[in-house]
Design a protein around this ligand. Structure first.
Ligand code: AHR
Length: 513
């Protein structure tokens, strides 16, 4: 009896240290492309996101820049293969009048940024600056237009200013006068932001009408299309999606937005770095909620748009915590730890797996705001764990989604539990298969048995992001504490490979037949 108890105890403690999970990758069943725009970003005129972050201005700075945009940021975003950048907001967008941000900088009016701290916005970073920056980093621009406090005419003019050929009216004359003869041909347009809140506190029925009015005058031609994105639901406001899908004709809309932040409680967030395991668990539970949200919003969209013409655009997502001590509470400046790496890996797997409907997503926000990929301090710049996850995952951009089948254990917290493992897989145009796997469990290693179905498993390589603690992060003093490293500990099995995921880690595997 004593011996039996000992064996039983040993078995339990073994399972605490190591759980066993299974992933089946269906290498021959892919039909859907993972739109690269799932790996999009969002940069708002908020805190040190633009000013003091991306944009340091052309004069009076020692920081190397191109037309005022930091060269180190340009390089980092290029390396990230950033496909898309949303600008100028957020809540700021519905207070922004684009004509204030064109022409000689000295003549541009200053205003107060009423949403974000009441600081002075001098409009020195405007339409030309943003669109030229997008060219420099190789990203498609996504312009979020002012519906809440703007006019139909103002948006119609913005479309003409950036998209119409030279000589087609006063807007293109104005553009040429400001030094830009050729149009930029901007495809992606947001028609307002959070119309249910900071964008005007509207009811969905009212916004659907307003949307149609604005969209009608956003002139597009065959050569210069405008992909119009309606302001979408706040998290699980399914009625918002239902009404918009019902009231806006399919041919008038290309994308429907959704915003969801992994926040513990809007009235009681957590420190970005000094958080408890309880807070870690709750944040990750909120991140897992994205699976339910995209599933349910997609189901509503399927009812009205079975051919999936309209994309679900998750144009704001990420972790939201308390600001760093001593910083302006309106600037939303937060550090970025392994917890954020887990949110990123998990969310991107969810988006990949829903690629037939989710065709764009924008992490909030690129530099110095919320779950940023880059933090700056004067001339210093660091890449966050989130940056590294997005860089590791960029192999999925425009690849074919491979259906996966996962059986995984749970990460438990008291009586509550969430799935510990998440995965997605794709095959790129060169036949390389990439499988991204996340273990959000901070206490338990997970042994994964990966079976490759539909083709043989060839040579396998991997890169992993892991750290000793979930609170670990890169800092200006220690910028490379967390970086991806080569992972080689794969064992060959009859059907594929076996490997062990350390607690709280993100792994991207590459294999070719
Ligand atoms: O990303 C910060 C803010 O969060 C955005 O301005 C707004 O759209 C959202 O509520």
């Amino acid at each position: 009896m004593k011996k039996f108890a000992f064996v039983f105890a040993a078995l339990i403690s073994f399972s605490i240290l190591k759980a066993q999970d299974k992933i089946i990758v269906n290498a021959d069943l892919g039909t859907t492309t993972i739109n690269k725009n799932i790996y999009g970003h969002f940069a708002e005129h908020l805190g040190n996101g633009i000013y003091g972050g991306i944009y340091v201005g052309e004069g009076n700075t020692k920081i190397p820049n191109t037309a005022g945009v930091r060269n180190d940021i340009i390089d980092a975003l290029k390396k990230l293969k950033i496909p898309l950048l949303r600008w100028p907001g957020g809540c700021f967008a519905d207070t922004y009048h684009w004509k204030d941000g064109i022409g000689p900088k000295a003549d541009r009016p200053s205003m107060l940024n009423v949403w974000w701290g009441g600081v002075t916005e001098n409009n020195s970073f405007g339409t030309h600056d943003f669109l030229n920056m997008c060219k420099a980093i190789g990203a498609d621009p996504y312009l979020a237009a002012n519906v809440g406090s703007g006019t139909v005419q103002e948006l119609a003019d913005w479309v003409k200013y950036v998209n119409f050929p030279e000589g087609s009216g006063p807007m293109t004359q104005l553009r040429a006068k400001n030094g830009q003869k050729e149009p930029w041909n901007v495809n992606y347009w947001g028609v307002g932001n959070e119309a249910w809140g900071c964008g005007g506190n509207m009811k969905p029925e009212y916004y659907a009408n307003i949307y149609k009015q604005y969209a009608t005058f956003m002139a597009s031609t065959k050569d210069r299309p405008t992909f119009k994105i309606a302001s979408g639901a706040n998290s699980d406001d399914y009625n918002w999606t239902e009404v918009l899908m019902r009231d806006i004709p399919t041919e008038m809309i290309d994308g429907l937005a959704l915003h969801h932040y992994s926040v513990i409680d809007w009235n009681k967030k957590s420190s970005a770095t000094a958080f408890t395991e309880e807070e870690y668990f709750t944040t990750l539970k909120r991140a897992w909620k994205m699976e339910e949200l995209v599933t349910k919003h997609s189901t509503i969209m399927d009812k009205y748009d079975p051919k999936k013409k309209i994309a679900l655009v998750v144009d704001e997502w990420g972790g939201w915590y308390d600001v760093e001590p001593g910083t302006n509470p309106s600037f939303l400046f937060q550090q970025n730890t392994m917890r954020d790496a887990m949110i990123a890996g998990l969310s991107l797997n969810i988006f990949n797996n829903h690629a037939s409907r989710v065709r764009m997503a924008n992490l909030a926000q690129t530099v110095n705001v919320l779950q940023a990929v880059i933090l700056t301090n004067e001339e210093k710049m660091i890449l966050t764990p989130t940056y590294h996850v997005m860089e590791m995952y960029n192999v999925h951009q425009d690849a074919t989604l491979l259906p996966t089948y996962l059986t995984a254990g749970n990460y438990e917290n008291g009586t509550d539990k969430i799935q510990a493992i998440s995965t997605s897989a794709s095959k790129d145009k060169n036949g390389k298969i990439h499988i991204s796997v996340v273990n959000i469990d901070p206490n338990t290693k997970h042994e994964i048995n990966l079976e490759m179905r539909g083709q043989k498993m060839g040579k396998v390589t991997g890169r992993i992001l892991a750290a000793a603690k979930i609170q670990d992060h890169n800092s200006f003093e220690s910028p490379n504490k967390i970086v991806p490293v080569v992972f080689k500990d794969f064992q060959t099995t009859n059907t594929g490979i076996k490997f062990t995921m350390p607690p709280a880690s993100v792994l991207v595997i590459e294999t070719i037949e």
